[in-house]
Design a binder for this molecule. Structure first.
Ligand SMILES: Nc1ncnc2c1ncn2[C@@H]1O[C@H](COP(=O)(O)OP(=O)(O)OP(=O)(O)O)[C@@H](O)[C@H]1O
Ligand SMILES: [Mg+2]
Length: 230
């Protein structure tokens, strides 16, 4: 019996996009329960809806129908403010295309989730430096993110996602812009974070070397989430 209070679940999830008179149904009845402290990979061909699903899981997009339940609570029924607090505290998000704040330095970008949560500035700076050093990015803390390479920006985005020790890390192709060595480093860091505070990893990837290291490998196909065919 799964304790609903320790899960992130999607229930009868549908998502369609309408453009002109064309409607594209990307998610066509997705049901799944992600359990705390497990590791999941979501695979599927380009355009199958991986990013769409991850954005809805993270509350960054609304489903057309259905719900997302975090720790048994239906996020669609919470106020925007409640959703923002939950998202900042419990979910870490690494996007397929990094969204760093270009007006802020590397260090400030990583501190941001802590500052939003009202943490002390000195504490935030200390934790941000620790995460940046784990990512091999400590020498660049005072740089602006537009001056970094794609892979470096991704590492900063990952450090930021881990800042609040999220219960669930939602990572959309987090190693897509990294070389094999840095990709392995990132995965290693995810696993360390999981060991340290029991973080669940939900990871979208085309890369077999990466996704096969996850305990549960799923695929999106025809709008449904199912165990990956081998
Ligand atoms: N805002 C939007 N408006 C219209 N169509 C959209 C929108 N977002 C996504 N789509 C469409 O939904 C489908 C799924 O897109 P999604 O980005 O989720 O795919 P993906 O599996 O992440 O692909 P990739 O592997 O290339 O990243 C695509 O056909 C895409 O064009
Ligand atoms: Mg995608």
């Amino acid at each position: 019996m799964i304790d609903q209070n320790l899960t992130l679940a999607v229930v009868d999830l549908f998502k369609s996009f309408t453009q002109g008179d064309q409607t594209l149904t990307v998610l066509d009845g997705v049901n799944y329960v992600f359990e705390l402290n497990k590791t999941y990979a979501i695979t599927g061909v380009s355009g199958s809806g991986k990013s769409t699903l991850l954005h809805i899981l993270g509350g960054l997009d609304e489903p057309t129908r259905g719900s997302v339940r975090l720790f048994g609570k239906n996020l669609q029924l919470c106020s925007q403010q409640e959703q923002n607090i939950v998202r900042n505290k419990q979910l870490g998000f690494v996007f397929q295309f990094h969204y760093l704040v270009k007006e802020l330095t590397v260090l400030e970008n990583v501190m941001l989730p802590g500052l939003i949560a009202g943490e002390d500035r000195a504490f935030c700076a200390q934790r941000a430096r620790f995460l940046l050093s784990m990512m091999g990015m400590d020498a660049k803390e005072y740089m602006y993110t537009t001056k970094l390479s794609g892979g470096e920006q991704q590492r900063v985005a990952i450090a930021r996602a881990l800042f609040n020790k999220p219960a669930f890390l939602l990572a959309d192709e987090p190693t897509g812009s990294l070389d094999a060595e840095n990709a392995a480093l990132v995965l290693d860091l995810f696993f360390k974070a999981r060991q340290e505070w029991g973080m669940t990893i939900i990871f979208c990837s085309h890369d077999r070397v990466m996704y096969e290291q996850m305990e549960i490998v799923l695929q999106l196909k025809n709008g449904r989430l199912e165990p990956r065919e081998v």
